[in-house]
Design a protein around this ligand. Structure first.
Ligand code: HSE
Length: 453
């Protein structure tokens, strides 16, 4: 447990960042008791930050943070750098302890994390979580419990790790009219795509190496199939567009179908590939999608490499902005979580509440479209004979889709050619119809990748 320090009686005036004026420090500090649900990598990171920064936080904020208890699966097998005497294997000892003010959830996964957070909120405790899955799928229930029991619900670390994107949207940009959020919100896939791009290696080769280095999970599905990014987009677009954007509304594709050829041809045409989480709103129409995306190589997001995350935001008043930082890792995540803990400690009883009706279903006045407009990169393997290029051009012009640039390169297979084209803006449905009208005896579709500006 973290002990409280003595207040220096000879130095009782100090600047407090929070209140923005000088106040007396001989006022007793506010004691805040925390309960942890889980104490693995992230919980351990939070424990260490709060231990190392305890005196500084006391000085800055006059808040004495004490970790009262931590729920773990097995005390015997728990990490050795956190004192065993705060650990318990009984959830109720944390959730129902009347001394505990703030519950910090570090369990991951939907259940039992969501049920535990629900119970904590019903017990009037403020909850801090980094759990995008539990939040995205249960947000309306958790928010309702928080409001009913006058508790706070904070989740800055759930999207983009340490990047302060939630507070930027809910506080700093709350008066703006945000029409676009576009982010690299999954570090694992950004690392894989960066390695594939820089070294020309295959997806499976880079994934295997990332797993060996501990940079990708043994079961990488949540990251590489875009589930993680879709949960994050559900949260991000809900607060950006002031309506609940449920996870089910999000179109999701991962990076498993990307080949080094796609990346190389894209680069030759001036584009860089990223897995993007894209949310756009125009009046009552919303499009939300997670998929591999080509960006012009001089776009600010195209230069975000390795495991970094970044979120580009566009609004009527703020115009263009981008936030970038570490989206994972115990220290960056702990920084965001502890920022939430301090914010929560300073606002017990007056928490931030999202500025939309946080209901199970989206606001019925909003329409979600799967027929968005963007440009397309289409890679074809075609018979290298007279008239094939003309038939490809005809298929696209037959759906009123204009081709912006085109490459033809020899295929590894004799008698075949690689045809790579980038279209001008087109509707998703029209593009799919054009591609399905290609003659399969002559043309095989190797990949279709959306292109954003
Ligand atoms: N698995 C996530 C990523 C980190 O690779 O970015 C936590 O959200």
């Amino acid at each position: 447990m973290i002990g409280r320090s003595e207040i220096d009686p000879n130095n009782s005036l100090r600047f407090t960042g929070h209140h923005s004026y000088f106040e007396r420090t001989d006022i007793m500090p506010k004691v805040i008791h925390l309960g942890f649900l889980g104490c693995g990598n992230i919980g351990g990171g939070v424990y260490h930050l709060l231990t190392e920064m305890h005196e500084e936080i006391l000085k800055r904020e006059n808040i004495d943070i004490r970790i009262k208890s931590a729920l773990v699966k097995s005390i015997a097998e728990a990490r050795s750098d956190v004192p065993k005497d705060i650990m318990t294997e009984k959830a109720d000892e944390v959730l129902s302890d009347p001394d505990i003010d703030i519950i910090c959830e570090f369990m991951g996964g939907e259940q039992p994390a969501a049920a535990f957070m629900q119970k904590a909120l019903e017990n009037g405790k403020t909850v801090v979580t980094a759990n995008k899955m539990a939040l995205a799928l249960n947000w309306h229930k958790l928010q309702a419990a928080a409001v009913e029991h006058h508790a706070g619900l904070y989740y800055e670390a759930s999207v983009g790790g340490v990047i302060p994107v939630i507070r930027s949207l809910t506080v700093s940009l709350n008066a703006d009219d945000i029409d676009q959020v576009m982010g690299i919100v999954n570090g694992t896939t950004n690392y894989i795509l960066t390695q594939m791009s820089q070294q020309g290696r295959s997806y499976s080769d880079v994934l295997a190496e990332a797993q060996k280095l501990g940079l990708a999970e043994p079961d990488p599905t949540a990251d590489v199939e875009g589930f993680d990014a879709a949960y994050k987009l559900s949260i991000l677009s809900s607060i950006a567009f002031h309506t609940r954007v449920t996870y089910e509304k999000i179109h999701r594709e991962g990076i498993t179908g990307i080949s080094p050829d796609d990346i190389a041809y894209g680069r030759e045409m001036g584009y860089t590939l990223k897995l993007l989480a894209i949310g756009k709103r125009s009046d009552n129409f919303i499009e939300v999608r997670v998929h591999p995306t080509f960006l012009p190589s001089d776009h600010p997001l195209a230069r975000v490499d390795g495991s970094l995350n970044a979120i580009y935001i566009h609004g009527k008043y703020c115009q263009d902005m981008m936030l970038q930082g570490r989206g994972a890792g115990d220290k960056p995540t702990a920084s965001a979580i502890c920022g939430d803990i301090l914010y929560a400690a300073n606002h017990l009883g007056t928490p931030i509440v999202p500025s939309f009706a946080n209901t199970a279903e989206p606001d019925p006045s909003m329409f979600f479209t799967d027929n968005w407009r963007c440009r397309y990169f289409v890679r074809l393997d075609a018979a290298d004979t007279q008239g094939v290029l003309g038939s490809v051009a005809g298929a696209f012009s037959g759906k009123s889709i204009s081709i912006a640039s085109l490459l033809q390169r020899p295929s590894k297979v004799s008698g075949r050619a690689q045809i790579i084209l980038i279209t001008h803006e087109a509707n998703e449905h029209a593009l799919k119809e054009a591609v399905s009208s290609l003659n399969p005896d002559l043309v095989k579709v190797e990949n279709i990748i959306r292109v954003e500006n």
